[in-house]
Design a protein around this ligand. Structure first.
Ligand code: 1PR
Length: 550
């Protein structure tokens, strides 16, 4: 098999990239030292996290000159995400750090007045300009395809500027900002999106680069409308995973977080077993899920952290599932079975190395946020949220929130932030506040969701997974009031979760809230609806969704 060299300079989920390269028929050889670079024929530089961190790492390790020499020698070079950003002169993210300067422009932060930042999700990479549609594809990019982006900084696109310097540019639009999604010139190609996480559309791009197919005719000329779209509605499948009473790892699903069968006579109150995690993740990927989330709902504390079964689940899933994977449960500082201290960052690193793109923190985030207020809103830099986001970027840190409604007759009866609800409480209470819980809903805290989400945003979280215990497993639709309330309070993206029972609920949450994504579990696991059906329904209702590509 032909080889491609991959630069291993910064931690992150490179496993998925290796899997994607192998899937299209190439093998990976690691560049571990600058001296390895000259022997590379095709070189790929991935990158996640901060521009400054990545560039400083490259510089310190002595890679900058060998990379320049590789590019100047005319050998194929590809940069991914921060690997694309490295080609620019610099970035607003770390103004004092220099990029390679091949592209005469700088990266800027997205404006967050009218939209969530980071920009997370599926968007375009179009080479067509101002309505004129081309039937030539750049490295397999198609105007009708969607690609997975996750970043807060981007190169704004100014008509014709980069083209003057000889670059071919593919762009995407986020809100009213048009930015560079991919660039190519001679032997250099770079994408702001992650092709290894962009399903079949992304694999096609990697293959085209590795095969050296810079330009080819599109199978069909796309409609002009395809070039103007933007970020799609994200539909996420979530798998709650735990060991059952026989010790097998199963996908389970609770009703308001109770995962035991209710029919105690025939089942003995057993843990509900809905299938095998790896197989189910693959099934949802093939149905068109935009992301897959695994929540390890009980910590596997009877084995060393390095042997956690979830690591193997991620490794196996990332071989066949080329969309982002999130893993949650047990991400906190802990003590291993042999007594060694192990940090939340170490645990997250193991997950990223095994194929996860994001980690989701539940209980530990609540404790950290409570302490943040107790300190007078001072950051320590030492919490799981801060250490993981400093190393891997904000976009890699999701906070999973498990709130429960507490009804009150009037806002003055609680110090917490209340909302007036359309579904009054059992005693006719017209107001409620959302109480944060920890340990899978088992312990309620004197702390509300608004306090939590604003604190974790300040601490560097990149996204909120917003569950709702009252709605979980009820099939009665999402808690729209909760979602609207949280969206009002923060700028980072929100994933609506809990209560989805049919495709109409997905349409409702996208139409009636500003949620960035919506997640379903039970309705998919029980086979009532497929992810594909949800997307078809959303499309019928005029929502922009990603089409699954074979
Ligand atoms: O606290 O960092 O160890 O993380 C534990 C994680 O496990 C948290 O993300 C917490 O939400 C989750 N968790 C803990 N116990 C349960 C349980 O069910 N007993 N599951 C649990 C939470 C909620 C959603 C669910 C949606 C959609 N599951 O993920 O998938 O509510 O369900 P639906 O569409 O069927 O209504 P830590």
């Amino acid at each position: 098999m032909p080889t491609v060299h991959l630069l291993d300079y910064v931690a992150g989920n490179v496993r998925s990239l290796v899997n994607a390269i192998e899937k299209v028929g190439y093998t990976v050889e690691w560049v571990k030292l600058p001296a390895d670079v000259p022997s590379a024929e095709k070189l790929i530089i991935p990158g996640v996290g901060h521009f400054g961190h990545c560039l400083t790492q490259l510089d310190k390790a002595g890679y900058i000159e060998p990379i320049r020499a590789h590019i100047e020698a005319g050998k194929p070079f590809m940069g991914i995400c921060v690997g694309l950003q490295a080609l620019f002169e610099g970035s607003e993210e770390d103004p004092e750090v220099k990029g390679l300067g091949l592209i005469p422009a700088r990266l800027k932060k997205f404006q967050d007045e009218d939209k969530s930042v980071p920009h997370i999700g599926w968007n375009n990479a179009n080479t067509s300009r101002t309505g004129e549609v081309t039937d030539e594809s750049l490295y397999g990019l198609r105007p009708s395809s969607k690609y997975y982006y996750v970043h807060s900084y981007a190169a704004p696109y100014t008509d014709g500027e980069l083209e003057k310097a000889g670059w071919t540019v593919a762009t995407a639009r986020y809100g009213n900002e048009e930015f560079v999604g991919a660039v190519a010139r001679d032997n250099v190609f770079a994408t702001q999106f992650h092709p290894e996480k962009s399903g079949a559309a992304g694999l096609r791009v990697i293959k085209a680069f590795l095969d050296g197919t810079k330009s080819q005719k599109l199978p069909e000329k796309p409609p002009a409308s395809a070039t103007k779209e933007g970020l799609t509605r994200r539909v996420i499948a979530c798998l709650d995973v735990r060991t059952n009473d026989q010790g097998d790892l199963v996908v389970t699903k609770g009703d308001q977080y109770d995962v035991r069968e209710k029919d105690g006579v025939s089942t003995g109150g057993a843990v509900r077993n809905l299938g095998k995690p790896v197989d189910m993740a693959k099934k949802y990927y093939e149905q068109g899920a935009d992301e897959v989330t695994f929540l390890n709902i009980t910590s596997f504390r009877n084995c060393p952290v390095a042997d956690t079964p979830m690591l193997e689940i991620l490794r196996r899933t990332s071989e066949t599932v080329f969309v982002p994977l999130t893993i949650g449960g047990g991400i906190r500082d802990t003590v291993d079975t042999d007594g060694t201290k192990i940090s939340a960052l170490d645990i997250a690193t193991m997950y990223f190395k095994s194929g996860a793109d994001k980690v989701s923190i539940g209980s530990d985030a609540v404790t950290a946020a409570e302490e943040y207020y107790a300190r007078g809103k001072k950051l320590t830099g030492a919490t799981a949220i801060e250490t993981i986001s400093a190393a891997y970027g904000n976009q890699a840190v999701v906070i999973s929130v498990d709130p429960r409604r507490v009804y009150v007759h009037s806002p003055s009866s609680t110090p917490h932030h209340t909302i007036r609800t359309k579904t009054p409480g059992p005693n006719g209470e017209e107001y409620c506040w959302y109480q944060c819980t920890i340990k899978g809903g088992r312990e309620g805290r004197d702390f509300d969701v608004r306090q939590l989400v604003t604190a974790v945003e300040a601490m560097g979280a990149g996204e909120i997974l917003l569950n709702c215990i009252d709605k979980d497993g009820t099939n009665s639709g999402f808690d729209l009031e909760l979602i609207n309330d949280v969206k009002e309070a923060i700028k980072i993206p929100v994933i609506a979760s809990s209560g989805a029972g049919n495709p109409g609920h997905f349409n409702e949450v996208f139409a009636q809230t500003r949620t960035d994504a919506a997640l379903g579990a039970g309705m998919f696991h029980r086979g009532e609806y497929t992810v594909k059906q949800v997307k078809e329904y959303l499309q019928e209702k005029g929502q922009l969704v990603r089409q699954f590509e074979e």
